[in-house]
Design a protein around this ligand. Sequence first.
Ligand SMILES: [Cu+2]
Length: 317
Amino acid sequence: MPLSTLLRGRRLRALRNGRRLPRALAVGLAAGALAAGPASAAFADGPPAGWTADLGPRLVKVHMSSSGFSLPSRVHAGFIDFRTTTNDAQGHTLQGVQLHKGVSFSRLLADLRQATSQTPSTSAAGIRAAARDATVVGGAAVEPSTFVSVSIPLTAGTYYFFDFNQLFVPGGKVTAHKLLVHGTFDTDTPAFGATITQVETKNGPRFIAPRHIDTDSTILIRNRADEIHEALFSRVNNGVTDATLQKYFDLTAQGKTAPNPFAENAQRGAAAMSPGRIELLHFDPRGGHYALLCFIPDDKSGIPHAFLGMHKVIRLS
Ligand SMILES: [Cu+2]
């Protein structure tokens, strides 16, 4: 089935994108220095009232690799910044979930394995089961050309994070990292400069987004639709429009060959979220025209949403 070959391939193909490490590194270092947190020297007069050391940080740096990643065991409730990086060309996806009452992580994993099936009806059943068994809170899809930072609002509770891409690796082991979120949710929504909204329309799921986004600012992603969506960016060739993309997806779905509209195999951006959730994305890809894409299988047809029209060409600078 060519659909699933493409779906699978998106996670596995080698990166051809040019790198901009110096700037990305500089941005990362600057942000790291700002967010390094209160050094003990800053508390010469004792910690401020209400400061509780063991509640944990709100900035979490996650370096992802094929051998895994590490997370703190607990963080303070609020907008938690997950700043992801990787050296692996095939990319990784830090995905967060909160399991519903009585559901085990292995149960959810079985749902997700079903959702990545090559058979659309199985895939639809899998994504419906996942939506029933967990709240998908977002995360970051990252590859080597840029850091990808996501800010996720997390109230007190137990969450699990894992590398979603491991589901596409034959024999890949998915390790669940348990994250305990403690305390009162008392941070404001971070500032943002652009908004991407995931919506359901009579023609199917769509993105509402501006034609141009300046990636110096943070992007708010909100799921106002009735099923799970993601927001990934992949660079397209000059002149590619949404009509070009739709034609490509239509021909591919029919098993026909079509000129590849993509200028790279890499994808990066905001990982999957349940309806009603938000997350904030900050990253620094090279400037140019990108397709904003969602490959989550439709919960009725099992066809990845991009094929159903959930794509939007956007210029990033
Ligand atoms: Cu979607």
